[in-house]
Design a protein around this ligand. Structure first.
Ligand SMILES: Nc1ncnc2c1ncn2[C@@H]1O[C@H](COP(=O)(O)OP(=O)(O)OP(=O)(O)O)[C@@H](O)[C@H]1O
Ligand SMILES: [Mg+2]
Length: 512
């Protein structure tokens, strides 16, 4: 007899539906699995046989052929076990084959028949929903993320025995229920008001948040670079439901779901400088998403930029430009989104004290040059805003005056983002920022007045700005005007934007 169940496989964040067809009949024992399956899927045979035996369903005198269709989609992972076991039980007449129709089964089996949790359940359910699947059965341990998917009747299962009972018309499997949404601002968010002084860097942070501009902070040790970067996610508008689901789906594939609730907090990732290229952009087994995708819709913070491996930084160039990363595999390509705000921090020199009025820098010119050369030009070219932080003055640390709170700055950022989204006329405020304006829109959206154009022309000449840097100054000037509530970009906006090209201005060298 033939029985069919549905399952799914992932290529990056994208889910493909897989039809699991099982043909079963009496005869000398035989178990074959076909359909472009990788090793982990082929091993399914062993687990399924043993798990079925635990339920009293022995395959000693059965011939079983499993076909995973479509044949041209690479099947990865161990999540087909449940579908194969269910369809085998159907094919051998132990459960009614009709009970399987249209149901998506995701789950790995242990030899004793328990259903094991899996990575990537959320994106598989989202993909299945998009293809019209109405009913799904997932491991009970994945209940929380599965409950986030609306419009699908998702049930959870703990053992194969429980599933077979339910398919035979026994007690129904429980519906997946999750905890309520995580309220915003609870727990880990640090507030901007804790940062004393550093008005220039705070302003740069606000501009970066408002326009989605990548940011580089340069300053001596203990000036507050790390502190400021950690407060950037709190300046960004909360994630929309759709974006929050996407972020959670990526973390699900990485096996990093820290919370059982949907969080609208922007992700913040700060990989250590020893991170590998694969760790940063993704790859390896699965493949898994890298830091660029884990910080999708949020902030990727590279602290101590000069310490990172050059090859890892070079690998960032493409995803920073495209907002997606494609990992090529033998049979398929996996694509993960990677639209993030990059924040980098570094000291001005190896000892950290160059340009400091009170301490002497002990670095030789050669060491400073070697240190700076570690930052690749093309990466720096992708950073719109540079800012130099002075050491914090003791008066600022001891004074009663506190800076603005994150919520106040965030309100301005949200206002500026709303203007951007409206102007572009598509997508949401979170999706379309000045930093990601395509060049064809730039001329229309960031038009300069005659004085502004003259000012920028002079800066290009003086600072030898590249064409890309020119576009970046325009975009940053647009953001500054948006924060100012101005439809036109006026000369002060251009001047401030030029001022944020510290590295082009050579201000760092001058400070030495
Ligand atoms: N502007 C500031 N206002 C208040 N506290 C500050 C400020 N800057 C630094 N601090 C204090 O100093 C500590 C270290 O700051 P932080 O780690 O941000 O420095 P940094 O610039 O990243 O230094 P490094 O170059 O060594 O990484 C903070 O935890 C905080 O207690
Ligand atoms: Mg630091």
């Amino acid at each position: 007899m033939l029985a069919t169940a549905l399952s799914a496989t992932l290529a990056g964040l994208q889910a493909h539906l897989v039809r699991v067809e099982v043909e079963g009949r009496r005869g000398p024992p035989y178990f074959e699995l076909v359909g472009l399956a990788e090793a982990a899927v082929r091993e399914s045979r062993v687990r399924v046989k043993s798990a079925l035996a635990q339920c009293g369903l022995f395959l000693w005198e059965c011939q079983v052929v499993v076909n995973l269709a479509p044949a041209d989609v690479k099947k990865t992972g161990s999540g087909f076990d449940l579908a194969i076991a269910a369809a085998a039980a159907g094919a051998l007449g132990h459960v009614p084959a009709e009970a399987l129709a249209g149901v998506l089964f995701i789950g790995e089996l242990s030899l004793e028949g328990t259903v094991q949790p899996l990575r990537g359940v959320l994106p598989q359910l989202l993909g299945a929903r998009a293809r019209g699947v109405k009913r799904a059965i997932v491991p009970r341990a994945n209940e929380a993320e599965a409950s986030l998917v609306e419009g699908v009747d998702v049930r959870t299962v703990g053992t194969l025995g429980e599933l077979l009972e339910a398919l035979r018309g026994g007690p129904e499997l429980p519906v997946a229920v999750g905890a309520a949404e995580l309220p915003r601002g609870q727990g880990t968010l640090d507030d901007l008001s804790e940062v004393r002084g550093q008005s220039g860097a705070r302003r740069a942070l606000e501009i970066a948040a408002a326009g989605g501009h990548n940011l580089l902070m340069i300053g001596p040790p203990g000036a507050g670079k790390t502190m400021l970067a950690r407060r950037l996610p709190g300046l960004l508008p909360p994630l929309s439901t759709e974006d929050a689901l996407e972020v959670t789906a990526i973390h699900s594939i990485a096996g990093l779901l820290s919370s059982t609730r949907l969080s609208r907090e922007r992700p913040f990732r700060a990989p250590h400088h020893t991170v590998s290229e694969v760790g940063l952009v993704g790859g390896g087994d699965g493949p898994r998403p890298g830091e660029v995708s884990l910080s999708h819709h949020g902030v990727l913070f590279l602290d101590e930029l000069a310490e990172f491996r050059r090859s890892a930084l070079e690998a960032l160039r493409q995803p920073l430009e495209d907002g997606v990363i494609t990992i090529s595999r033998a049979y398929a390509k996996a694509t993960f989104p990677a639209r993030l705000l990059l924040v980098c921090a570094m000291n001005p020199c190896p000892c950290g004290w160059m340009g400091d009025g009170t301490r002497r820098c002990a670095c030789t010119t050669d060491r400073v040059r070697a240190y700076r050369a570690k930052m690749s030009g093309p990466l720096l070219d992708r950073i719109d805003v540079h800012v130099v932080l002075p050491p914090v003055e003791v008066a600022a640390l001891q004074g009663a005056a506190r800076g603005e709170a994150s919520a106040v700055v965030r309100a301005r950022v949200e206002g500026a983002r709303a203007v951007q989204a409206q102007r572009v006329g598509r997508g949401e405020a979170t999706a379309m920022t000045n930093a990601s304006l395509p060049p064809r829109d730039l001329e229309r959206i960031a038009a300069l007045c005659a004085d502004g154009a003259r000012m920028l022309a002079a800066a290009v000449e003086r600072l030898a700005l590249s064409a890309r840097a020119y576009g970046k100054v325009l975009r940053v000037a647009r953001t500054i005007a948006d924060l100012d509530g101005s439809t036109a970009i006026r000369p002060p906006h251009v001047a401030e934007a030029i001022g944020l090209r510290v590295l082009d201005r050579g201000a760092l060298a001058a400070a030495a």
